[in-house]
Design a protein around this ligand. Structure first.
Ligand SMILES: Cc1cc2nc3c(=O)[nH]c(=O)nc-3n(C[C@H](O)[C@H](O)[C@H](O)COP(=O)(O)OP(=O)(O)OC[C@H]3O[C@@H](n4cnc5c(N)ncnc54)[C@H](O)[C@@H]3O)c2cc1C
Length: 454
């Protein structure tokens, strides 16, 4: 009997997708999904569910239902643990797949695509409805409408709280909307979910920054519970000579700055005809590559300080750990070049505008298991990388120690994450509590904190 292989190419053709901003993945058919779910081994000890999924999704159970053709049952199973499978079904790196048992000597089951198929079928069939809740007479304010805030709000509502969400941007979604590009997650997917949450009774107050438009102390005084879900708004900067030049942007400004209501010059964030340099080799940098290509850049180079990861799982991260290995994203298939071991020393500035970066090569001392330990600059390796648009995609450093954190008299950890104060009913969830991470972890953090409430 022929065994079913994992479908390797789930993307629309490159030529087609770089001409639009629609989702890069093609929808898989019911026949494909049922066959893929059938690859699940239904292991005795399912690592995908235990070690793998921060939300504790019952992966083998829903795979079994879908493999039997019962999508409704699969949807009911995922709904027990996940409130928004349409987000993770699109953008999750699928920690569950990395520790799928099949991944030991074969390809993992396509859990993320099964998840997306179940929820999209549920929406199409009209199965999605939120449970009603008996009011408990208590109020909760959630500050920040990213995935953590949305999850906390819905979890609180299901416990009977009257919930109000405050969001400083024009619309809810956090980095789902103002970080992750449309071609990974179309924004009507967020609107569709927010409409359901509103209809279920959650109140959204947008365009309102707590700590500026309304004091955090006022919120705390007027609600029984205060949940901070403000993300990690501090982007890591590259403070080297020339940083003040025109044409150097933080990744989030490059990705979405032109869409912000107060943006006076959207064109400056457009890469059309420009030589683009992305500094930072992570997922955010990859999305910036995708944007530059869609805008018709002249060239795009992504540089990374760290060494090139191995092509296969490094022994430093044995199964079922999240593997340290080279990842090639959708954007890298679309074009551009990548380089590793590059340390930027100063920006080259001409007439006030960036013209490039002076960089040196580094070589890394490695641990016996292949983990990078210490960088060493290579003598005489200085080079000039030409660029007329530079994007800094080097991660986030946490929450500023002022504003609403100060208003509420809260403290930060050394990693600038908020330390909650449960004695005063103040909680922190998502990236602001745990550091910049993933959508699934942000939601799982909200779930754990709300579940612990009496
Ligand atoms: C470019 C990019 C791509 C990414 N891609 C992925 C991916 O593919 N998969 C993945 O899993 N993760 C991805 N991530 C990470 C993921 O988006 C975050 O981990 C996740 O969004 C964190 O959720 P959060 O709710 O804690 O914070 P956020 O999503 O940052 O939401 C915080 C919200 O709080 C609001 N806020 C802040 N301060 C205030 C205030 N004072 N008053 C009112 N509102 C306030 C903000 O406006 C924002 O809406 C990506 C991140 C970036 C930047």
């Amino acid at each position: 009997m022929e065994t079913v292989q994992r479908i390797q190419d789930v993307y629309r053709p490159v030529d087609e997708r770089v001409k639009d901003v629609k989702e890069v993945e093609r929808p898989l058919t019911a026949v494909e999904i049922v066959a893929q779910a059938g690859r699940c081994s239904n292991c005795g000890v399912p690592f995908c569910h235990g070690a793998g999924c921060p939300l504790g999704n019952l992966v083998p159970e829903f795979n079994e239902a879908v493999a039997a053709g019962d999508i409704r049952k699969g949807y009911d199973i995922i709904s027990k643990t996940a409130f928004f499978p349409e987000f993770t079904g699109r953008v999750c790196p699928a920690l569950c797949e990395s520790c799928c048992t099949r991944n030991l000597n074969d390809d993992a089951v396509m859990v993320r695509q099964v998840e997306k198929f179940m929820i999209e079928t549920a929406f199409e069939e009209g199965w999605v409805s939120l449970p009603t809740a008996e009011p408990n007479g208590k109020t909760a304010a959630v500050i920040g409408a990213g995935p953590a805030g949305l999850f906390a709000a819905e979890a609180l509502r299901r416990k009977g709280f009257a919930v109000t969400v405050y969001e400083k941007h024009e619309k809810p979604g956090g980095l789902l909307r103002y970080g992750i590009p449309n071609w990974k997650l179309e924004k009507q997917v967020i609107d569709r979910r927010v409409a359901l949450l509103e209809a279920a009774g959650i109140k959204f107050i947008c365009n309102t920054e707590i700590g500026k438009d309304i004091s955090a102390e006022y919120i705390h005084r007027n609600f029984d519970y205060t949940f901070l879900a403000i993300g990690t708004p501090n982007a890591r900067d590259l403070k080297i000579p020339g940083r003040e030049a025109e044409g150097i942007y933080l990744a989030l400004d490059y990705l979405h700055g032109a869409e912000m209501p107060d943006c006076k010059d959207p064109e400056k964030y457009n890469a059309k005809g420009k030589k683009v340099l992305i500094i930072g080799g992570g997922d955010t940098g990859n999305d910036c590559v995708g944007k530059a290509i869609r805008e018709g850049c002249k060239s795009v180079l992504q540089v990374e300080f760290m060494p090139k990861p191995p092509e296969t799982r490094s022994p430093s991260t044995p199964w079922p750990d999240w593997p340290y290995l080279l990842r090639t994203s959708y954007a890298h298939h679309e074009g551009g070049e990548r380089r590793w071991n590059v340390s930027s020393k100063q920006f080259i500035v001409k007439d006030g505008h960036v013209a490039g970066v002076e960089a040196v090569r580094v070589e890394w001392d490695m641990s016996p298991l292949g983990k990078p330990l210490k960088p060493n600059e290579v003598p005489n390796s200085t080079e000039i990388i030409e660029a007329d648009l530079v994007v800094l995609a080097m991660g986030f450093t946490g929450v500023p120690a002022e504003g609403l954190v100060n208003d509420l008299g809260l403290k930060l950890t050394p990693r600038t994450a908020i330390i909650p104060d449960p004695a005063r009913n103040i909680y922190a969830v998502g990236d602001c509590a745990n550091g910049a991470s993933l959508v699934v972890r942000a939601m799982a953090s909200a779930k754990q904190v709300v579940n612990r409430l009496k």
